[in-house]
Write a protein that binds this ligand. Structure first.
Ligand SMILES: *Cc1c(COP(=O)(O)O)cnc(C)c1O
Length: 386
């Protein structure tokens, strides 16, 4: 089976991990801050907080921006469930803004309309979480302008987007957001096995996220309510979690950072080749907005079903049966049973629901060979011809 995504691990990645295993610290050692600094420097942002997943990063990002019971957080329906669940963890409510039919990202027009309505009903969102789907940046300048007018905060879910650019600047610099989150799951652009990171320009937010990732415990006297009882002393000053990344993971991440630009360039070469090979098939290939350079995490095609004598399911199953590990990113979050139980109804986001009937993610990862790619395309060609 050719998978839809997979990690790329080199001998130097392996050596970096082995070096940590032979060192004094498997966790809470020097590799975590070194990895944080490498990512912060790459992105041109002041602060980076490494954690054990992007899901954890989204949770502590929401808490740090003050999301709590009575608040509402808005995100895109076409995302992984974690982009929405983070608000529910904080006791807040979630709502969804429909997608743009060309980029499949949260639509700025739909956002503007929904904000105007929410202002009238007095239920403006506290935080909006745009998701850079497939690595393609959202219209951050547009979303940021709306945040100034309506007073909400912004968390970029950039789980797909490390290595990408928006208006010639690295995604992660937080120019148009309060916090940006990356994922380092093995299918993502660089990996630490499991892992994530939250980036911010704001020193206080960074410090709060550091506290929350490690039980809310501080050893910094200036943060304590009184002078330490002795050299052993620490204080718990917030209700935190154990969301720490290990040094084993951070060493892998640091090593992968040196390969990031190559990974993204390779992904773009594969995408360009797909664009050419698929040009005469009844599919819509991914449209790249000129303001962005995608991290190219995923290559999603939409089937022109009215020109194909088969259902999406039929095409999908034919590909899987032929050993092509296609996938689907994503089922609209509010159609998950958990969200249906919260009261969400079909029809909430028509563009997202339309996308869901047509989309298929083709294999996309740096190690995909031309031969494998040709096999994907020829199998798809057969699957879409009647
Ligand atoms: C992968 C992913 C996450 C969650 O990342 P983890 O590191 O697995 O917790 C969140 N949002 C999006 C859009 C993702 O693709």
């Amino acid at each position: 089976m050719i998978p839809y995504g997979r990690q790329d691990i080199s001998e130097s990645d392996i050596q970096a991990v082995v070096d940590v295993l032979r060192s004094d610290f498997l966790t809470q050692g020097p590799a975590v801050p070194a990895f944080e600094k490498a990512v912060a420097d790459y992105c041109g942002v002041g602060h980076a907080v490494a954690v054990n997943s992007a899901t954890s990063a989204l949770h502590i990002a929401c808490l740090t921006l003050g999301v709590s019971k009575g608040d509402v957080v808005w995100t895109s329906p076409i995302t992984f469930v974690a982009s929405a669940n983070c608000a529910l963890y904080c006791g807040a409510d979630v709502d969804f803004v429909d997608i743009d039919p060309h980029t499949y990202n949260l639509s700025t027009e739909r956002l503007a309309e929904k904000l105007a309505q929410a202002e009238k009903s007095g239920r403006l969102p506290k935080v909006v979480i745009p998701v850079h789907l497939c690595g393609q940046p959202c219209d951050m300048a547009g979303i940021h302008a709306l945040s100034q007018r309506y007073g909400f905060k912004i968390i970029e879910d950039a789980s797909h987007a490390i290595g990408g650019k928006y208006r010639d600047e690295p995604i992660g610099n937080c120019r148009y957001s309060d916090i940006t989150v990356f994922s380092f799951h093995p299918v993502k652009i660089i990996t630490t096995g499991e892992g994530g990171m939250a980036l911010t320009k704001d020193a206080q937010s960074a410090r709060h996220m550091q506290l929350l990732r490690s039980h809310g415990i501080t050893r910094d006297e200036s943060e304590m309510t009184h002078v330490p009882d002795g050299p052993w002393y620490y204080q718990q000053i917030a209700l935190g979690f154990n969301y720490r990344m290990t040094d084993i993971q951070a060493a892998l991440g640091l090593s992968q950072m040196q390969r990031l630009d190559d990974f993204v360039a390779k992904r773009h070469a594969i995408a360009k080749r797909y664009d050419q090979l698929l040009a005469d098939l009844p599919v819509i290939t991914p449209w790249r907005h000129p303001y962005g350079y995608s991290g190219m995490h995923l290559y999603v095609i939409c089937l022109k079903l009215n020109q194909i004598g088969k259902t999406r399911r039929g095409v999908f199953e034919a590909l899987r049966a032929a050993g092509i590990g296609v996938n689907l990113h994503y089922i609209p979050v509010y159609r998950q049973p958990y969200y249906v139980n919260l009261g969400f109804k079909d029809g909430l986001c028509p563009e997202a629901e339309q996308y869901y009937t047509e989309a298929i993610s083709l294999p996309m990862y740096p190690g995909l060979t031309d031969e494998q790619q040709d096999q994907v395309v020829s199998t798809l060609r057969k699957a879409v011809s009647a």
